[in-house]
Write a protein that binds this ligand. Structure first.
Ligand code: TXA
Ligand code: MG
Length: 353
């Protein structure tokens, strides 16, 4: 396993250099509370094209614009609805992205030609310091080559993007570990296009009287997808991910037993500790420890925080099969299930993310 570096705040000079890089059209990897971002000046079309080139990202997948403060919403949005301002008042700064109508200042490279733009105010202090120092909105997808899991440490980002990016800011390991909730407003209702740490229940509680729901994950893969990124392949480690729902106890125990017995150390099991232990106990003749790596999270938030780092470390360790036990679909568990399910899909086609 790769040792975790301790958190080191960038110096004033490092932040100034990164801000200068953004202002001069270059790319900067920076930490947010969700995952690391690959940032460029959102209003500079050539700089934004550099993001797509560095990631190998399909150009039909639009980017999130990061703002220093929710009060700047109208600098990129056209006639944002009252509900949009209310949502930002409640959930910004934080792991929450809202799709609003874009104004003319936003290049089509950012929106992938859509009339809308996704906006987020990150709460990580280094992201906020960078946004404040450069004085520009920053367009940033996750800082990984397209299709790979998002990086949650600066080392993961560096390993993925290497010298295609010249400025890397280290803000330690990301607190949330999975990407922000992406929500859109249509006809007065709020639809969550991508689940994250901010849940439908929290949004509904903040906006009494407004309908809040999750987009149908399967519909999201069709051509009429409201969130283009969901059409593409996402979040996949090199290892094959076999997803099991502990509700199906027998299937889990068989999959875990198979992982532990076979493959001479090239399989791993990940999940909530209770689910992993139940599957181990129930397994038909499972060897106590086996050759497989068994990684346990004590709660869904820890599962989210560790998920992509585990993928990364298991790939580095040469693991070729990961049996992933799904957490319950409540709170951030819903986002973990979503990412695991996508990681488990081995469909051919576009890779992105
Ligand atoms: O936590 C996060 O959101 C991270 C950090 C860096 O902020 N960013 C991130 O970006 O995950 P990315 O590009 O990997 O994912 C952005 C998602 C994609 O699914 C994209 O399709 C969707 O947001 N999106 C962006 N603009 C959109 C728009 N105008 N309408 C609908 N979906 C949009
Ligand atoms: Mg991504």
């Amino acid at each position: 396993m790769i040792p975790q570096r301790s958190r080191r705040e960038p110096s004033h000079d490092e932040l100034e250099a990164a801000a200068r890089a953004i202002r001069t059209g270059r790319l900067v990897v920076f930490p947010t509370e969700t995952v690391y971002g690959l940032g460029a000046d959102a209003l500079n079309a050539a700089a934004v094209r550099g993001i797509f080139a560095a990631k190998g990202r399909p150009v039909d997948n639009p980017l999130i614009v990061h703002l220093e403060s929710a009060t700047l919403l109208d600098t990129v949005a056209a006639d944002a609805a009252r509900v949009a301002h209310e949502l930002f008042a409640r959930f910004a700064p934080g792991p929450f992205t809202l799709v609003v109508r874009a104004n003319d200042s936003v290049p089509r490279e950012v929106t992938a030609g859509l009339a809308t733009v996704a906006v987020r105010v990150p709460r990580h202090p280094v992201a906020r310091a960078l946004l404040a120092a450069c004085g520009r909105p920053i367009a940033a997808p996750s800082a990984n080559r397209s299709g790979e899991p998002s990086p949650t440490t600066v080392d993961m980002a560096r390993r993925s993007l290497g010298s295609t990016v010249d400025v890397y800011l280290d803000g330690g390991a990301c607190e949330v570990g999975v990407e922000s909730t992406v929500a859109a407003i249509a006809e007065g209702a709020v639809t969550i296009l991508r689940p994250g740490a901010v849940t439908a229940e929290q949004i509904a509680a903040a906006l009494p009287g407004i309908d809040v729901g999750y987009a149908d994950a399967n519909a999201a893969r069709g051509d009429a997808s409201p969130s283009p990124g969901l059409r593409h392949r996402h979040y996949q480690p090199l290892a094959t991910v076999i997803v099991c729902d502990p509700a199906d106890a027998r299937r889990c125990s068989v999959a875990v037993a198979h992982a532990l017995r076979g493959d001479g150390g090239s399989a791993a099991v990940i999940g909530l500790a209770a689910a992993v232990d139940a599957a181990l106990d129930a397994g038909p003749g499972v060897p106590a420890a086996g050759d497989a790596l068994v990684l346990r999270a004590s709660d869904p938030a820890e599962y989210a925080r560790n998920l992509y780092r585990w993928f990364h470390e298991l790939d580095a360790a040469g693991v070729t099969r990961i049996v992933a036990l799904l957490p319950p679909a409540v709170g951030i568990g819903r986002a973990v299930r979503d990412r695991l399910t996508r990681a488990g899909e081995r469909t051919r086609g576009n890779r992105c993310g």
